[in-house]
Ligand binder design. Sequence first.
Ligand code: NAI
Ligand SMILES: Nc1nc(O)c(N)c(N[C@@H]2O[C@H](COP(=O)(O)O)[C@@H](O)[C@H]2O)n1
Length: 217
Amino acid sequence: MRPYVYLAAATTLDGRIASATGYSRLSCPIDLRRLHELRARVDAVIVGANTAIVDNPRLTVRYVEGRNPMRVLIDGALKVPTSLRMFDNSAPTLVFTTAKAPAEKIVELRARGVEVYVADGEKVDPAWVLSTLYQRGVRKVLLEGGGRTNWEFLHRCLVDEVVLTITPYIFGRGVSLVEGEGYPTKEDMPYSLVLQSVKTCECGQEVVLTYRVQCKK
Ligand SMILES: NC(=O)C1=CN([C@@H]2O[C@H](COP(=O)(O)OP(=O)(O)OC[C@H]3O[C@@H](n4cnc5c(N)ncnc54)[C@H](O)[C@@H]3O)[C@@H](O)[C@H]2O)C=CC1
Ligand SMILES: Nc1nc(O)c(N)c(N[C@@H]2O[C@H](COP(=O)(O)O)[C@@H](O)[C@H]2O)n1
């Protein structure tokens, strides 16, 4: 069993979630409130190591009333600094890593109240992350990127809904919504995307698309 998984992101018109320099502040304030409403509705929010390093996110609920979700970091080599804001104790925080992680970093994080799970293999299996969260009572998860982590979940059909805000920018280069090995044709995609809703943001410049992800298997 696994939780229901939302993938949320803001992209430019050319599908980037960040510029080549890592700049990613795309959403308008109204869209950020929508994101925080979603955070308040889920039990856990997941990010990958690069997002944690580049954005140093808090991953808390601040722009609306609501409880903070559990924060989950996936970082196979545990390359993030232990000074990240997400380790500040303002919400329960879990790290999924592998035996490649420096032992002293694991000790330090555990001493600071962060729960660290160490996978057996070379990589962290996203299905294992989700089943572990489910066993802990997590029923809804928000995947907040970045591109590589989005691929890791989408490629395995572990996302149920994509909530995408299209913003009026074009970067030309940078990090795409999904960064993986890719598919040669649309037929090779292991899932179909079914449009659920199209909403113009109250700011008048952004469009929020919601797609259901249907696994082909
Ligand atoms: N505009 C938006 O909505 C958002 C933008 N971003 C941007 O995305 C960029 C980062 O994206 P990416 O570079 O694609 O990196 P990412 O944030 O997806 O992190 C990838 C890293 O996470 C770890 N990781 C992920 N899955 C793993 C697995 N299964 N096993 C082991 N380790 C795993 C690895 O260290 C991997 O190198 C940042 O610039 C950030 O600002 C991130 C989230 C939302
Ligand atoms: N939905 C969305 N829109 C944007 O414009 C964004 N930049 C992001 N980024 C995500 O939010 C995290 C920052 O969270 P805090 O404000 O620090 O709580 C960032 O790391 C991305 O996961 N998302």
